[in-house]
Design a protein around this ligand. Structure first.
Ligand SMILES: [Zn+2]
Ligand SMILES: [Zn+2]
Length: 142
């Protein structure tokens, strides 16, 4: 497992450090939550007291540049990160701000728009499709 991660970083040309490994670990653990820099920092700080917010921020920046994570943005919410770099649809709750993968609940799972790589000579670098509304929990607590 660790070996795989070291390999992944090396393949992407990223210098392997303990801190980078730790960020990658935390990202994978929290993948379903689509964590923000803050979320990752809070989780890492508990395990590694010397971690700084700047380290997490810079590491994510590198990971993003090297195509190791997907960066997502939603209205009035901090940017969040997804270790799944394939374009995939999300659901964003405008009340609690949480983000979910739509996954199999999407009636059209193989959305052709998500596969577009080129638009009339313009190179597509990312595709963000999301549904927004109110999640079940927020609907129930009304
Ligand atoms: Zn909600
Ligand atoms: Zn996702």
């Amino acid at each position: 497992m660790i070996q795989q991660k070291v390999q992944l970083l090396k393949e992407k040309g990223i210098v392997v450090t303990i801190q980078r490994m730790a960020v990658l670990d935390a990202l994978e653990e929290m993948a379903e939550l689509h964590p923000t820099v803050e979320d990752l920092y809070r989780s890492l700080k508990g395990r590694y007291p010397t971690f700084s917010l700047a380290t997490v921020y810079n590491t994510l920046e590198i990971f993003h540049k090297m195509g190791l994570v997907q960066e997502l943005s939603f209205p009035k919410r901090e940017r969040c990160y997804d270790p799944n770099t394939e374009p995939h649809p999300h659901f964003f709750c405008r009340v609690c701000g949480r983000v979910w993968d739509v996954g199999k609940t999407c009636p059209i799972p193989e959305c052709p728009v998500l596969k577009i790589k080129n638009l009339g000579g313009k190179k597509v670098e990312g595709i963000q499709i999301y549904f927004y509304g109110v999640c079940q929990e927020c609907r129930n607590s009304k």
